[in-house]
Design a protein around this ligand. Sequence first.
Ligand code: C2E
Ligand code: CA
Ligand code: CA
Ligand code: CA
Length: 380
Amino acid sequence: INDLYGHAAGDEVLKLVARRLRQVVRMSDTVGRLAGDEFIIALTDVADGDVGDQVASKIIEALSEPFLILDAELFCLPSIGITYFPDQADSVEALLRNADIAMYHAKLLGDRRHIAFSEDMAQRSIEMMNLENDLRHALNREELELHYQPKVSGHDGSVVGAEALIRWRHPRLGLVGPGDFIPLAEESGLIIPMGRWTLVTACKQYMLWQAEGIAPDSVSVNVSMRQFTDTSLLESVRDVLETTGIPPGCLDLEITESVMTGNVERAVSILNGLKSLGVTLSMDDFGTGYSSLNYLKTFPIDTLKIDQTFVRDLSHDTKDAAIVTTIVTLARNLGFNVIAEGVESHDQLAFLIGSDCPLFQGYLASRPLPVDAFTEFLRS
Ligand code: C2E
Ligand code: CA
Ligand code: CA
Ligand code: CA
């Protein structure tokens, strides 16, 4: 193993990592660690996806057991970029650049993932770098906007809440959806100021609706994993309650089950902190993550949101129907509210109402609307 970066040579972790990798990597391969758990590997074979996959899988496996350092368990969740040398790069500079591009893509895929460099990846990487750069300015240039989707009662069509969903009005690309920039915002850390902006904007808007006498019971704001674990979240929420004057019970935060996969004690303590401010908490996309029912018991959650993947085929998939009724029963028995998302048809809604889940969100009631259109929707 050649340590590509000399300054890391003294690093205890690196030594331990190197010791493990020596067992699984061939003499001809080069493994380097860029930083933290960012790894690159250079293979001397002709570009062949199978070889890269095999080597990377072995590395991930070798690192899957935690490292014991000073009595602490250290987990390594590597992201690995693979490149073939000299097939894909004719100089060390090109090799490092390509491996780094691949590593960056692996990181966007998540922990313990690997991907091999390709020419289109280089192209996309340039586009992403441009996008990330644009995103940095988007906040100051007021290019971000919130659209709102109603949460509705299926009994009488009344609007009980509004979920804020972020959009980016890009000067060249037009309206960009969150799926195309939230991962980038998370990776770059921009999600933190962006999340703060979203909170403030949604709460201010709620107060405008309240002043006009058309406000629903609450406004919901999405909080991603990275925001959730950031130490500033509690402070941001406290701040927004104070500066906007929104009644705490009218602000709902939507989190996902992923918060249960990290440090559970810490997650519970953050949730309790938020609850003590008086806001309500919804568990978004429920049923798609790694929920442990045991944790659910200890989480101070108010509402379960049934994920739209279960709602989609409700009318003709008996298994989805069973899952939906089971989630409703679970919610009722644990004392949570329950709401279904992604409702597009009357059939789906009829099933939900019959299953004691009358609250829903979905195109059947309305798509997410720009603020003016949503305000009209509330007035009518
Ligand atoms: P989500 O929180 O699960 O939001 C629901 C998504 O489903 C939204 O997509 C919404 O437009 C879409 N949707 C609503 N009703 C229907 C329906 O009847 N049928 C179908 N097919 N889709 C429906 P969107 O707006 O593209 O948002 C995607 C995801 O991006 C959200 O999923 C949420 O996780 C994330 N997101 C959106 N806004 C924010 C934000 O301000 N902050 C953070 N951290 N994440 C956000
Ligand atoms: Ca990682
Ligand atoms: Ca949501
Ligand atoms: Ca959802």
